[in-house]
Ligand binder design. Structure first.
Ligand SMILES: NC(=O)c1ccc[n+]([C@@H]2O[C@H](COP(=O)([O-])OP(=O)(O)OC[C@H]3O[C@@H](n4cnc5c(N)ncnc54)[C@H](OP(=O)(O)O)[C@@H]3O)[C@@H](O)[C@H]2O)c1
Length: 293
């Protein structure tokens, strides 16, 4: 699997969680492919600065072509502020590809508005971000949702449990539910956006030796990371969904190793996808864009 990103001149990208891991490589490769602008939406400007510097260097010192937006997906207010800042800074500039990459695993606790951490950060934050960014997206924009094959480890979503702190020792079942939510959101978004020109993709990046394992105990982490693929390899399927000609006519599908694959049965459950959508709308308190009504 070695996907080569075609020329991206003229295209504007927003990548969440791009200060490290798969997101960092994704942003760097898009800049190398000549993107007009790459905007990194991350929690900390300080932690993102080295990547902003790397991209500026790729652009021959033209810092205007790389942007930073402060975004904490665990706080709806931060998500709203982030989109407002996008409007203030970039005005009418349309985003060609929105990459919902940021995510966490195994972290206990609740988000600012009281949702289980993985569900809140991995699903509700990106859900709100995507719907608020809708007015800033190009007519033929792609929305790329970095999910995981971990979604296959669960068979549904308990909508009461996602309002409580994770109960399992690893937090992995809760993570898997949040990744199922990514697959279902992407599917429902595609169904609603049908006929608009905007397309939605969900993907599994591979099992990648990134920082996502930071909450796993040290020795275990060291052992498992030795069997994982690199961040460079892990970014391939995201880049494929974001830029490939082959995927351009598709929407609502799930990918792994730069190929369309079948998601789990529960990832194809349209009734569950609709229920998740409706509950998410009321939880985040967003007005659904008319196109998606
Ligand atoms: N690594 C794997 O094997 C694997 C497998 C399947 C799917 N994935 C998915 O791939 C995506 C990228 O993960 P990765 O492996 O590259 O992990 P990573 O190296 O840990 O990067 C995760 C990114 O998400 C950001 N993030 C975490 N919490 C956030 C929040 N509340 N608000 C905004 N950003 C937040 C992190 O920012 P900070 O640095 O500030 O924390 C970081 O930039 C995730 O969605 C993950 O679920 C990964």
């Amino acid at each position: 699997m070695n996907y080569k990103v075609p020329d991206q001149s003229g295209k504007v990208f927003v990548v969440t969680g791009a200060n490290t891991g798969i997101g960092r490589v994704t942003a760097l490769e898009l800049a190398r492919a000549g993107a007009k602008r790459v905007i990194l939406a991350c929690r900390s400007q300080e932690r993102t600065q080295p990547v902003l510097d790397e991209i500026t260097e790729i652009y021959g010192g033209d810092a205007e072509r790389v942007g930073f937006l402060a975004l904490d997906l665990g706080d709806f207010e931060s998500v709203r502020q982030c989109v407002a800042t996008y409007g203030e800074v970039y005005g009418d500039e349309r985003v060609d590809v929105l990459i919902n990459n940021a995510g966490l695993a195994g972290k206990k606790g609740l988000t600012r508005q009281g949702f289980e951490m993985a569900f809140g950060v991995n699903h509700l934050g990106p859900f709100l971000f995507t719907l608020l960014m809708w007015e800033h997206l190009a007519d033929d924009a792609r929305i790329v949702n970095v999910a995981s094959r971990a979604h296959k480890r669960v068979d549904g979503i308990d909508f009461d449990v996602v309002r409580e702190e994770a109960k399992t020792p690893t937090g992995f079942p809760e993570y898997s539910v949040s990744k199922l939510a990514n697959v279902l959101f992407s599917r429902e978004l595609a169904r609603r956006a049908k006929g608009t020109g905007k397309r939605s993709y969900a993907l599994h990046p591979g099992v990648v030796a990134s920082d996502v394992w930071r909450e796993v105990p040290g020795v275990v982490r060291w052992v498992v990371k030795r069997f994982m693929i690199t961040n460079e390899e892990g970014a391939m399927t995201t880049l494929y969904c974001a830029t490939s000609e082959a995927a351009s006519g598709q929407s609502g599908k799930y990918y792994s190793e730069c190929k369309e694959k079948a998601p789990a049965k529960c990832g194809q459950d349209d009734a569950l996808a609709r229920e998740l959508w409706d509950r998410s709308v009321s939880w985040v308190g967003v007005e659904v864009p008319e196109e998606l009504g």
